[in-house]
Design a protein around this ligand. Sequence first.
Ligand code: SAM
Length: 252
Amino acid sequence: MNGNQNIFDDPDFFEGYLDLRSGRNFNDLLEQPAILSLLPDITGKNVLDIGCGYGINCLQFAQKAEKVVGIDISRRMLNVAMKENSDHNISYLQLAMEDLDRLTGPFDLIFSSLAFHYALDFGKLIEDCARLLAPGGILLFSQEHPMTTAAMNTDHRYVKDENGNCFFKVADYQSEGERHVRWFVDDVIHQHRKISTIVSTLCHNGFVITDCVEPKPDRKAIKQLPALARDLIKPSFIIFRARKGDNHADNT
Ligand SMILES: C[S@@+](CC[C@H](N)C(=O)[O-])C[C@H]1O[C@@H](n2cnc3c(N)ncnc32)[C@H](O)[C@@H]1O
């Protein structure tokens, strides 16, 4: 499918990820509260969820929205979504975000949680989102933070000085492109993009950025999952909320 890796259909990766999401995790304690706090009113609206995974967000949206479309490249993820998170107003489609031209809008909200760092062509993705959104529609997405995706070599990135202070080493930030990381299996491909690339791509496609959040864990969350304390040093995620302007072709 479109040169994309579709790692979530790898059986070992799928099991590892399922296990991760079954316990206390960064998504539920940090990323989800932050992104959901930026949700617009979706009562009676049409929503597209890109990289919907198990469909947890789709089911939440379906309680208020008129129609929800969840797309994902992974058949395994969609099988869970259809089994556990279906509703009469949700359609799940196996579709890569590289193939959004196969969808027709308009949508009032395009939402995506932790999938855009897999996008092969971010420019085309944002152009497609602009086309699919109704005027004034909202694009709300989270992705791995560019400080997280930057380094080509991900070994020993957290270091301590002689006084016990902890630091995170950022490397290769200016070199955009593929990163091969070990996450449950070897060679999982993420795409590294600079913050300036994300911001300017949104602006050049007529979006007005209304919020940008780098979620910081609170004490309660750290108590539940001590590993979250790392995010006091460097954020794992970045979230953008952008509104489609009246003239989405205007990039002057
Ligand atoms: C980290 S999971 C997040 C799933 C879900 N959004 C959530 O928050 O629970 C990333 C999802 O993006 C999907 N994905 C990765 N690359 C994709 C692509 N090119 N097109 C569509 N979905 C993709 C994966 O299959 C996976 O379900």
